[in-house]
Design a protein around this ligand. Structure first.
Ligand SMILES: Cc1cc2nc3c(=O)[nH]c(=O)nc-3n(C[C@H](O)[C@H](O)[C@H](O)COP(=O)(O)OP(=O)(O)OC[C@H]3O[C@@H](n4cnc5c(N)ncnc54)[C@H](O)[C@@H]3O)c2cc1C
Length: 438
């Protein structure tokens, strides 16, 4: 088939790669000048299969209410006259039950495992280097009450087959000795040795180059303007070049939309409503002055809800969420407070280790669904239109698996990702081929 993929973040590029593996002819349309320059650019770098709890849980409404309107809170909700925000919020509240939480975790663990296996195979096949560290993820707590809650959470995750260990303070410091100067404030931690970290941007850009080498065409600096229908099928996608202003319609046999938070607006004219809302987050990337004193295990600091990942001679601190629509400004008073809080926290944890003079602040919009489960599957309105969007907090973790599963579905192959709720009528009724079970 001729396939046009819309969006060159980690999801679109992974989809393109696996479509090429299935023998299709691929064109990718992207408005930026390279792959991975939006949400996949500066994220927390964690491949967190075992830390995949959705935000929606029985305790979430209480926590969110406590944080409401505090400029430096981990999750900031600014009510707006925006029906999409309210629809998302109400649906999120509907997911805040123990039963929904368990159901969603189950799906996220399945997708995470499949994706991790896919990523490992892809990296082994391509040899892509992206500051990968297979050192696990360590979540540390600075109060007894938080540690007790973390230990209870670990128990829940273990019941889903995840290896999450509970560690006392000494064990935490053994896993990551670089935390020693903060050690007296640590009450304990939980550790998932099979998780890892690495630079999502580097990985995605390298994979895009390999896609091009295999014959894919990348139309960078092209805006997707709309889909053109012919009955129950998409006939073409209208794109315009930023360089020349020229508009044209790209025809194909099948189309994939991987435009993250911008996907719902593209599909709305078709009468297809996806509940994806942007959750703005921030990161700082600091050069290390004393690399030998910096952490190598990827960290989660429970107090500030930030991820800290080592990327070569730099350290990335990422986190916080703001439900404020499609706002990517870094220069608002709230943004400044939130960015500065990341650097301040790093300095509290690792005094003098990083150069704070060039913090490389960045913001990105997590394409969030109320369940945290992405839409992977076939459009309900057009049979040759496929969706890979809504990966929220876990798009890097779920990138390879989401791309592979969708490419397989489009090729009439039943993915080895069993028990996952694909969107729309996606699974082939009679499996043409079956991939090895993961
Ligand atoms: C602060 C922060 C920390 C995070 N930490 C982690 C982490 O540690 N681990 C993890 O797994 N995930 C993490 N995430 C989530 C992860 O980064 C996202 O889920 C993932 O990047 C989404 O990938 P995507 O390809 O769907 O989106 P994107 O990377 O945004 O790709 C979508 C692409 O579509 C293009 N596009 C959109 N509209 C148009 C248009 N009209 N025309 C042309 N092109 C268009 C965009 O330019 C963009 O390149 C984090 C996110 C944030 C914000």
């Amino acid at each position: 088939m001729k396939v046009v993929v819309l969006g060159a973040g980690v999801i679109g590029v992974s989809t393109a790669w696996y479509l090429l593996e299935q023998g299709h002819e691929v064109t990718v349309v992207e408005r930026q000048a390279d792959a991975s320059l939006e949400t996949s650019f500066g994220n927390g770098a964690q491949i967190s299969v075992s830390f995949c709890e959705p935000w929606a849980s029985a305790g979430a409404p209480f926590k969110v209410a406590k944080w409401l309107l505090r400029d430096d809170s981990p999750l900031l909700f600014r009510p707006r006259l925006d029906p999409a925000q309210w629809r998302w919020g109400l649906s999120f509240l509907g997911q805040c039950t123990t039963a929904a939480f368990e159901r969603n975790v189950e799906q996220l663990v399945r997708l995470g495992r499949y994706s991790h296996e896919s990523l490992k195979e892809l990296v082994a096949d391509t040899g892509i280097q992206y500051e990968r560290l297979e050192r696990g993820i360590l979540h540390f707590f600075s109060s007894q009450a938080d540690f007790d809650a973390g230990a209870a959470g670990a128990e829940v995750m273990r019941s889903h087959g995840v290896d999450r260990r509970v560690l006392n303070r000494d064990e935490v410091l053994k896993v990551e000795p670089a935390l020693k100067s903060f050690g007296a404030s640590i009450f304990g931690g939980t550790f998932t040795p099979s998780d890892e970290s690495g630079d999502c941007r580097v990985f995605t850009q390298e994979l895009a180059k390999r896609c091009e080498a295999r014959g894919a065409t990348f139309l960078y600096e092209h805006d997707v303007q709309g889909l053109e229908l012919n009955g129950q099928q998409v006939a073409s996608v209208r794109v315009s070049s930023q360089q020349t202003g020229q508009q044209r319609s790209l025809k194909a046999d099948a189309f994939v939309t991987a435009m993250a938070s911008y996907t719902p607006a593209l599909l709305k004219p078709l009468g297809e409503f996806l509940n994806i809302y942007p959750a703005k987050g921030y990161s700082a990337t600091l050069r290390l002055k004393k690399p030998e004193q910096a952490s190598v295990v990827s960290l989660l600091d429970d107090t500030r809800k930030v991820a800290i990942s080592r990327l070569g001679d730099h350290i990335r601190i990422a986190g916080t969420a703001e439900l404020v629509g499609l706002d990517t400004r870094l220069d608002t008073p709230t943004s400044r407070v939130r960015c500065e809080a990341l650097v301040k926290r790093y300095e509290e944890l690792f005094p003098g280790v990083a150069d704070l003079s060039e913090p490389n602040f960045w913001t990105g919009l997590r394409p969030s669904t109320p369940t945290n489960i992405p839409y992977i599957g076939r459009s309900k309105k057009a049979s040759n239109l496929w969706i890979n969007a809504g990966h929220g907090t876990l798009g890097w973790t779920h990138g390879a698996g989401s791309g592979r599963a969708l490419a397989e579905l489009m090729s009439g192959v039943r993915p080895a990702l069993q028990g996952f709720g694909f969107y729309g009528d996606a699974l082939p009724s009679a499996p043409v081929r079956r991939m090895a079970t993961v």
